[in-house]
Structure formats: structure tokens, C-alpha cells
Design a protein around this ligand. Structure first.
Ligand SMILES: [Cu+2]
Length: 166
């Protein structure tokens, strides 16, 4: 009798400890799941965030004010996933066409940490300050930026366009 009593007494606390441990593990797992859900929601919100004051104009003054630059897609509105070309027009701040410029092209999605799927380039100078930009493609809807670094007559300046694609 005595022996059974000792055994029973020994089993009781162990089961109690296990129950408490399981309860704590359950609480921890729940907290982890909640944290992951919050993180996922935060990431979705961050990745689809677009500044309310985004300037979508297709004519912009370059960062240091050297050039007034405008662009036009050559075949109508820009569609996601379609490779297309732009005409980029470059003039001085006071409206004189800039010819013979060297222009580098870059672009990315500010919220996604990725750039363009292609490497668009200026492939021809069309005259009158117009340049042909070929190989432009946006592979996702959302907020994109396009950056042009323009070097003409020893004056280098950059211009950024914001685009919002559906
Ligand atoms: Cu993206």
C-alpha cells in the first residue's frame, strides 16, 4: 500500500508539470503565429504602399535644374509585361533642345527591392532633343520609378519619373 501511494504521489506532480509545459508551449506557438500574421500583413501593406503625393507627370526638371525632360511611350499607354520604347525629350531649363547627350537608364520598384527585368538603353538620337529608349518593360503593376542620367556638354544631371501601373 505504501509503495503504491509513493508511486501515485510521484506521478501526480509530473503530469501537472507536463500540463503547464504544454500550456506554455501553446501560448508561445500562438504568439509566434500572431507575430507571423502581423509581419505578413505589414509586408503586404508596405509593398503596396504608394505615397499620396506621387507626381506622375511625364515632364520633370532634373535634380539640379539643368534639364527639362519629358517622356512618351511610343505606342500609347504602358501595359504591364510588354516590351516597348519611349521617346525621351531633353531640353535645357530655358527650353533649348539638348543634342549629343549620353543618357543612362535605370528603374525599379521602390517598395519591392527589385529593378527592371530588362536593361533599357538609348539606342538612337532622333534630333531636336529627342532620344529613342528601347527595351522598356515593367513586369508588375504598381509604383515604378525610371531614372535617367543625362550627360551633355560636361553637365551631368539626373531626372526621375514616377509611374503607377495597373
Ligand atoms: Cu515589384
Amino acid at each position: 500500500m505504501n509503495r503504491i501511494g509513493i508511486v501515485a504521489g510521484g506521478v501526480q506532480p509530473a503530469a501537472g508539470v507536463r500540463r503547464i509545459w504544454l500550456k506554455r508551449a501553446g501560448i508561445a506557438a500562438g504568439a509566434i503565429v500572431l507575430a507571423l500574421v502581423a509581419l505578413a500583413l505589414g509586408m503586404v501593406a508596405w509593398m503596396s504602399y504608394v505615397p499620396a503625393d506621387l507626381d506622375l507627370s511625364t515632364t520633370r526638371l532634373s535634380a539640379q535644374g539643368a534639364y527639362r525632360v519629358s517622356y512618351e511611350p511610343r505606342r500609347g499607354p504602358i501595359a504591364v509585361n510588354q516590351i516597348h520604347a519611349w521617346t525621351l525629350h531633353v531640353e535645357t531649363a530655358d527650353g533649348r533642345p539638348v543634342e549629343g547627350a549620353t543618357i543612362a537608364v535605370d528603374g525599379d520598384m521602390p517598395q519591392h527591392g527589385h529593378g527592371l527585368p530588362t536593361e533599357p538603353q538609348v539606342t538612337a538620337e532622333l534630333g531636336g532633343g529627342d532620344y529613342l529608349v528601347e527595351g522598356v518593360k515593367f513586369h508588375m503593376p504598381g509604383w515604378w520609378v525610371m531614372d535617367f542620367t543625362i550627360d551633355a556638354g560636361g553637365q551631368t544631371d539626373t531626372v526621375r519619373f514616377d509611374l503607377l501601373l495597373n
